[in-house]
Every structure is written in C-alpha cells, then in structure tokens.
Design a binder for this molecule. Sequence first.
Ligand SMILES: C=C(O[C@@H]1C=C(C(=O)O)C=C[C@H]1O)C(=O)O
Ligand SMILES: [Mg+2]
Length: 467
Amino acid sequence: MIRQQLDILDDFVQGMQQALKSCRPGLVSLVTRIQPLDPLSFYAAAGQWFHGQRLYWSTPDHEFTLVGLGTAVKIESDQDTRFDDVTKEWKHLIANTHIHTEGEVMGTGPLLLGGFSFDPQKPSSSLWQNYKAASFILPQFLLTQSKNQSYLTINAYIHPEDDLPEKIDQLNRLKERLITRCMDFSFAQEVHPITLNVFEPAREEWLSSVKQVIAEIQQGVLQKVVLARRVEVESETPFRPEQILNYLRQVQTSSYVFSIEWGENAFVGATPERLIKKEGSRVLSTCLAGSIKRGQTLEEDLALSKALLQDPKNRVEHEIVVRMIKQALGDLCTRVEAPDQPIIYKTKQIQHLYTPVRGLAKDNISLLKMVEALHPTPALGGYPREEAVRRIRELEGMDRGWYAAPIGWLDRQGNGEFVVAIRSALIRHRQATLFAGCGIVEDSDPQSEYEETQMKLKPMLSALGGH
Ligand SMILES: C=C(O[C@@H]1C=C(C(=O)O)C=C[C@H]1O)C(=O)O
Ligand SMILES: [Mg+2]
C-alpha cells in the first residue's frame, strides 16, 4: 500500500519536474491521510524546528483543527487595501499550483492561515511589530483534523532550477521525524500554580473615557462604542504557548482556541465569537454582544440567563450588532435569515446574548470581501462604524494590534472561517499583555462596564496560571 503510494508520488514528482522546466515558479502541495494524531501534541512537538512559526486554530469542541508550521509563502500588507492585497496575491499564487491529494477534504491542501489588525490607521506600537495590518502564511506543514481523521499537507514553493525530488525527500524526512516526536509527546499533567504579577495601567483614564463616550452617545451622533483596556502580566517562568492552549482546549470548550506565533511572540486565546464562516455559497455569521457572569449553582445560572435576556441595556447593545450584520450581509447575499430573539451562549466564566445570521453569498462575493464588509462589527467597534472607530483610536491609550480583529483561514476554493480575536493575550517570554473590552451604550454605567472587562480577563488570567 505504502509502496504504491510512493510510486504514485514519484510519478507526480517526475511530472512536476517536467512541467516546471517549461514554466514559472509554482506551488507544490501534497496531501496524505495519516494515522490520527493529537493536533496540540503535533504543535508542541514541532517547537524544536518551528519555534516562532506555528499556528493553531480549533473550532469549539475540537471538531475541526488546523496546525500550520513553517512558511512556504508569506503574504503581508500594511496598507488600507490589505483585503484586496491578500486576495490578489492569493489568487496569483494558486493559479500556478500542482496538487497531489487523496480525496478533496476541506481544510487540506494549499490554504492561508493568519489574520488582520484591528485598525490599520492606528500607529502600530512596538508590542505588535511582528503583527502587520494583514499577515498570512501558507504553511510548509499543515495538519488538519476533521471528523476524527488526520491529514498532512506538505507545501513547497518551487523554482524551475530547484531539485524537486530532493526537496520533497527532505520534507518527507522531516515529516517522519515530526510524527515520531508527536507520538512520544505528553503534556505535563499538573500545571503548578505560578505567581503572576498583574499590573493595570491607566484605570482612571479608562473610566473617564467611558464617561466621555456615554455623554457623546447621549448627545446623539453615536449609538455604541466598544472601549477596551489592557493589563500587563509578568510570570516567574516563561509562558509556554502549548501549555496555555492545552488548558484552554480543556476548559473553554465552547470557544475557538488559537495561537499565532510570529517570532518571539505568541498571540493566544479562546474566543466564542465567529465573524464569518463560508462553505461554498453558504455563510454563517454570529452576533455576540451583551454579557453577564455565570452562576455558582444551576438555579443562579438560569436566573442570570433570564436577567440577561430581559435586560434592556444588554438587548440594545445586542440589537445594534444584529441590525448591522444583517444589513452588511444583505448587500452581499441573495438571502439572509436570523431569528427575531437572541438566545444565551455560555462559556466557562461568561454568558452572552447570541443571534446566528445565515445567508447565501452572491456569486462573485469572496470570504475576504465579507470579512472586509463586516469588520469591525458593533460588537468590537461600534455604531456608526467610522465614528466609533475614530473615537476608539482617539480615546484608547493603547494599540489594539490584533486584539478584537479577524483571524482565521481560507482555502483555494474560497471556503474558510474568521473569528474575532478576543479573550486573548500577546505573550513573549515571561510577559503577557491581555485585552478586554465592552460595549458602551446610552444606559451604560462606567463601574459595571469596568467589572464586565474584569470578568472578560478571567479566562486568559486562569489560562496563564493565575488561578
Ligand atoms: C470586546 C469583548 O467582547 C465583546 C463585547 C461584549 C459585551 O460588551 O457584552 C460581548 C461579547 C463581545 O462581542 C472582549 O471580550 O474583549
Ligand atoms: Mg457588554
């Protein structure tokens, strides 16, 4: 069986070599089904070779996981035209691709993993220097776990003068070593509680910005502005992304768990908020806004859910998001559907108001067009969008970087999914910067909003070891 596979691959490589002689550089992508592997062990085991070039992405309940390692091709943009820039480069790249695959499984073969910053017009701080307005990689190795099956894609960008068989051979050898190391890997069972120093800059300034925004909303131009703040955390020992991810995937089961390592930084988190998912022409977006804590008992938890569903301030906060997303998708879809009433979405520490919005994309509308049209929704920016983002830029004394921004993946057929990177932390060695925001509306109370951000910091503080 294996022999036969290798022969087929050999023929493919020979054919490719011939084809390349007469044409331009191109992308080679080889997909094989492999024995089931634990994706996070694969991520962890790869640290030795791919430190600073690893990406992890998993949907709630681990139904679909991608692990990208290394860079076959990088696509970046620091311009306002970032969505178009990525689209153009991606189209160009896949126009000249040779794919060898065992069956077409979504999320395998050549695909881009990465994301965008929140606001390309905000001057970027040194904290986020590795995270551009748009940064994507086509990974050298991609592990896809879908419906309990594992697939490994090897991607290589080949020039006509390259020795293709040698290059493929090298990658195959590294693949075998990665798999062996992955199977030997195990996570430290107990995470020892560590001492974290938590520092909260500019608390008073943040509270006065909230007051300021409430006053502006009452004057009538703005309806909602999402204001965020950051906290700085320092640990005695270096943070390890794989340990944080291992905790998040066990505890935050209703969230997307992600890590994006660029150089010495890792941006990690567990977000419950999908921005947009596209499969063929079917699209699914999520309105998530309005928050309350979880109860200690089942009764208290239900009482809190009920209170949230009936709370006028939270309903307004939520409704502004639903209206905007329905309208934005209305322009890009032939049909848009959403229930009239929100339901409750629970994570470990927080419950939210939740409304799914479904649509059928018009023929020429791509996933990135939709991301561009939606970002930032009033769940992360505000309403009206331009004015709200301008106020965020002026009032928040920090650079959000990729916090609250779209991160995700897209494939060559235009399928993919983007979430907004909240409940997240940017880590580097022993330092971490955490972010949390909340939707300010006319009836907001500054102190309650502050407490809401405290609650939203909890998931990441726990994940970093500060139980
Ligand atoms: C901005 C954040 O969360 C957003 C704000 C919410 C709110 O204000 O109720 C709820 C969910 C998110 O859309 C965050 O977690 O940092
Ligand atoms: Mg809120």
